[in-house]
Design a protein around this ligand. Structure first.
Ligand SMILES: NC(=O)c1ccc[n+]([C@@H]2O[C@H](COP(=O)([O-])OP(=O)(O)OC[C@H]3O[C@@H](n4cnc5c(N)ncnc54)[C@H](O)[C@@H]3O)[C@@H](O)[C@H]2O)c1
Length: 336
């Protein structure tokens, strides 16, 4: 039996907590939120205990094996270090951190303390995305050449409106289309060069739209579209190879694509749903729990999470400078 504690009772905390209650041999022992009333509502629903601070939780519960960090991104580092200090395994929501230096410190600290650090890059657990990767790997579309992805919906509104504070969230490029960066890197290897444009520089009043072009070392080109300017929530991709194309559009094939809340006046981030028996979030968390039992490497490592952040940060740099950014900082040049 593994015991889990969830930090944050917002959109992702609720998702993690509910998943843990459905797993065999896992017990959800508590929920922590700075907003105690919010933690209490969720804890009551799921039959567990609520706490206002991590310290209160650990002093009241003897046995905690794993802690899920589902608080706003800038707070991830503080908790991950604390949890590692207590020799507990960590599941941290993506993006791993707000800055690359924080992410590096977190990874190194968890290694030093001998605890596992899993990062919630859930797209690797969406069956449609997994299937597309298999099709590509099996050579069914020939050598991949050009990819197009889209992800987005309404501007997210959450606790303290933290998504609308670019300093906190990193906006659409760090927070949202990092999912696609991670997926694309999983499928097509390392990225060489990043060029990006976003509406952020001109208008950032709860509306954001970005286009990012990635050139992979393999020569593959990906065009990543992100939006916090549309209604609803959907994701799409097209992967074109020399012999064929694989495509997906969640709005067409997934009848239950659901924004948790449709309007900007309600709190809650659009979280895609899948008509599968188990949601990809459940599959992902179950996989992390299994890796703790078996000591296997996870499908997505903390280092992968760092690499995905590198792409996001390069895209943000490109948006600022108007120039392409070559990863590894070897050169910077204008393209397109
Ligand atoms: N994997 C995904 O698909 C996905 C989707 C949405 C969000 N996320 C990520 O999950 C994380 C949480 O996002 P969210 O949308 O659930 O946010 P949210 O605002 O809905 O929830 C965060 C909760 O943390 C609480 N909180 C804030 N500071 C705290 C602190 N210091 N100590 C304890 N509790 C604190 C808030 O009161 C709030 O209830 C973010 O890193 C976000 O990028 C991932």
């Amino acid at each position: 039996m593994l015991t889990t504690l969830v930090l944050g009772a917002g959109t992702m905390g609720s998702t993690h907590a509910a998943a843990f209650t459905k797993m065999e041999n896992v017990a959800l022992v508590g929920i922590v939120d700075i907003n105690l009333a919010k933690a209490q509502v969720l804890a009551k629903k799921l039959g567990t205990e609520a706490f206002q601070t991590y310290d209160e939780a650990v002093s009241s519960i003897n046995d905690i094996d794993v802690v899920s960090v589902c608080v706003p991104t800038p707070v991830h580092k503080h908790y991950v270090m604390k949890i590692a200090d207590d020799n507990r395994h960590v599941i941290c929501e993506k993006p791993l951190a707000r800055s690359l230096s924080d992410a590096r410190s977190m990874i190194n600290y968890c290694i030093e303390k001998g605890v596992k650090l899993f990062v919630g890059h859930v797209v690797r657990f969406f069956p449609e995305y997994v299937r597309a990767k298999q099709i590509v790997d099996e050579g069914k579309i020939g050598d991949p050449a050009i990819i197009r992805t889209t992800r987005g919906g309404v501007f997210p509104v959450a606790s303290n409106d933290w998504y609308s504070n670019f300093i906190s969230s990193g906006g659409l490029v760090l927070d949202m289309i990092i999912h696609d960066f991670d997926y694309l890197r999983w499928c097509f290897g390392e990225v060489d060069r990043v060029y990006a444009k976003s509406s952020r520089a001109r208008v950032f009043e709860k509306i954001e739209y970005a286009l990012v072009t990635l050139r992979f070392k393999s020569g593959v080109i990906a065009h990543v579209e992100g939006t916090w300017a549309h209604q609803g929530f959907s994701t799409k991709f097209e992967i074109a190879g020399k012999k064929g194309l694989v495509e997906y559009d969640s709005a067409k094939t997934t009848p239950v694509v659901a924004s948790q809340k449709e309007t900007a006046s309600n709190e809650g981030v659009a979280v895609p749903e899948s008509p599968m028996k188990d949601s990809p979030y459940f599959t992902e968390l179950q996989h992390f729990i299994n890796c703790i039992h078996t000591n296997d490497e996870p499908v997505v490592s903390a280092e992968d999470a760092y690499k995905a952040m590198e792409i996001s940060i390069a895209a943000l740099e490109s948006i600022e400078s108007g120039k392409a950014v070559v990863l590894n900082n070897k050169e910077k040049e204008v393209v397109l």
